[in-house]
Design a protein around this ligand. Structure first.
Ligand SMILES: [Zn+2]
Length: 471
């Protein structure tokens, strides 16, 4: 009886303190990063979905109760890369482009995932790209260069992250290692390795777990190119929630989730690929929201981006947009490049340059050009010029547009850029921009994020709300 009274008094005190905002009540933290997801990418996706019907007219997080901006400059450049951006978001520390979890003097800095673990919470990391790619790496590893992929995956194996999920493991050229080599190292370290697309049974794994797609890939395919048996980011997120809730539901957990290929669409100046990827990221957030609905008073969801990619503008000069024109594009520029090569210069047939009419028919079929999408005489002359460079006398049929994550046929790449522009989406450049990105917050403590923030402020704010001690 005495004990019960004491419990009641303690509980009343705790409730009183929490009402004053002193006692943290956030048990479950979801920290989501859309790589390369600028504000125009988010709004552009809604316009695309409204015009084509290919996704929800409203992107769920774009309407979260607290929204703001995040500034993204790094210590070395006004335009950040994913490594410096990721380190700022994970650790609250400004650093130079290419730095993973180290400060501007290359000294290791701890991340919000470390702070959560030290406070006794479960920790999960999931991404649609390689598990050791820059953004997830910033939450678990410390290395001077983002290209040190094998250092990063080795550090991941040594760091007690409870749940990790990614398409595959990126290896370095010349080491002779493949993904399977590191999977084995993970198993030897006692980590249970599961392969997608289904992760049934993940909730009953007792130790650490690593989920991979199981296919020979380091990135999940673009959502626009997805096949039935492909693993999705939502599969990873569901597996992560099932596992973390089973093992750490009582105490709580921290779960970082990256939509990694929104950025790839931007690097390729490929709006349809970018927007379907962003819609897919929102689908993964639906999985998070389903968890939130069960624990609304104890869950915090914070969504932002590391930077914008592509310098995407809404409006291409005529005071109008026609997002519906993108409906004709059913595959990414990368897959269209494969189709283009298969159709016009397959390996198993002697080469014969296609006519301009044949090339036009290809783009009518795959992008709607000259069909649902009007092409002016001037624009046709521009595309025909690339046709001449590709298939004309002295031309190079392998003429390419080289981006960070793709090497596409220049003919395909320029046709996609043309289509995007016709729809009103104009790309500035196939790289990052210095634009601020959006901040979208829902859940316990959301008010703490009101306003314009720097990317170094997010992790410490999460830590304060969840009661993690920043070391
Ligand atoms: Zn990035």
């Amino acid at each position: 009886m005495k004990q019960t009274l004491k419990t009641l008094i303690v509980t009343a005190l705790m409730l009183g303190l929490s009402a004053c905002g002193q006692k943290p009540q956030v048990k479950y933290v979801f920290y989501l990063i859309g790589d390369g997801m600028g504000i125009n990418e988010v709004i552009g996706t809604e316009l695309y979905n409204q015009g084509t019907g290919y996704g929800p007219e409203e992107i769920n997080f774009a309407h979260f109760p607290v929204r703001g901006f995040v500034t993204t400059v790094s210590s070395s450049s006004l335009v950040t890369d994913s490594a410096a951006g990721g380190t700022a978001l994970s650790s609250g520390v400004k650093t130079y482009n290419s730095a993973i979890g180290v400060n501007a003097d290359t000294v290791a800095v701890s991340s919000v995932a470390d702070w959560a673990r030290a406070a006794g919470y479960g920790v999960g990391i999931a991404t649609s790209v390689g598990i050791n790619h820059a953004t997830p790496a910033c939450f678990v590893a410390h290395t001077e260069k983002r290209r040190n992929y094998e250092t990063i995956v080795t550090q991941y194996i040594e760091t007690p992250v409870d749940f990790a999920a990614g398409a595959g493991i990126i290896t370095e050229k010349g080491t002779g290692h493949d993904g399977a080599y590191f999977e084995n190292l993970a198993r030897e370290a006692g980590i249970t390795v599961l392969h997608g697309p289904s992760f049934d049974g993940v909730a009953s794994v007792e130790g650490r777990v690593l989920c991979l797609s199981g296919k020979d890939e380091v990135d999940l395919p673009y959502a626009i190119d997805r096949k039935e048996d492909d693993t999705t980011l939502s599969d990873f997120v569901q597996a992560g929630i099932d596992y973390l809730d089973a093992r750490f539901g009582k105490k709580g957990f921290f779960f970082m989730i990256e939509g990694g290929k929104i950025d790839y669409g931007g690097h390729s100046d490929d709006a349809a690929a970018c927007f379907q990827e962003l819609t897919d990221f929102a689908s993964a957030i639906d999985v998070v929201l389903a968890f939130y609905e069960k624990h609304p008073d104890e869950t915090l969801i914070v969504i932002t981006a590391d930077h914008e990619t592509g310098g995407l503008m809404l409006g291409a000069g005529q005071y109008e947009m026609h997002p519906e024109l993108l409906a004709a594009q059913k595959a990414s520029a990368s897959v269209l490049t494969e189709l283009f090569r298969e159709e016009f210069f397959p390996d198993d047939k002697p080469y014969k340059a296609p006519s301009w009419e044949q090339v036009k028919a290809f783009f009518a079929k795959h992008l709607g050009l000259w069909d649902s999408v009007p092409v002016s005489a001037r624009s046709e002359a521009g595309l025909k010029d690339i046709y001449e460079q590709t298939f004309g006398k002295g031309g190079n049929r392998n003429l390419e547009t080289v981006n960070l994550y793709s090497v596409n046929s220049k003919m395909v790449s320029e046709a996609v850029i043309y289509l995007d522009k016709a729809a009103g989406y104009q790309w500035s450049y196939g790289s990052h921009s210095g634009s601020p990105v959006g901040l979208y917050v829902k859940g316990k403590g959301q008010e703490a994020f009101v306003g314009i923030r720097d990317n170094t402020e997010i992790a410490p704010t999460i830590a304060a709300l969840a009661g993690y001690k920043r070391d």
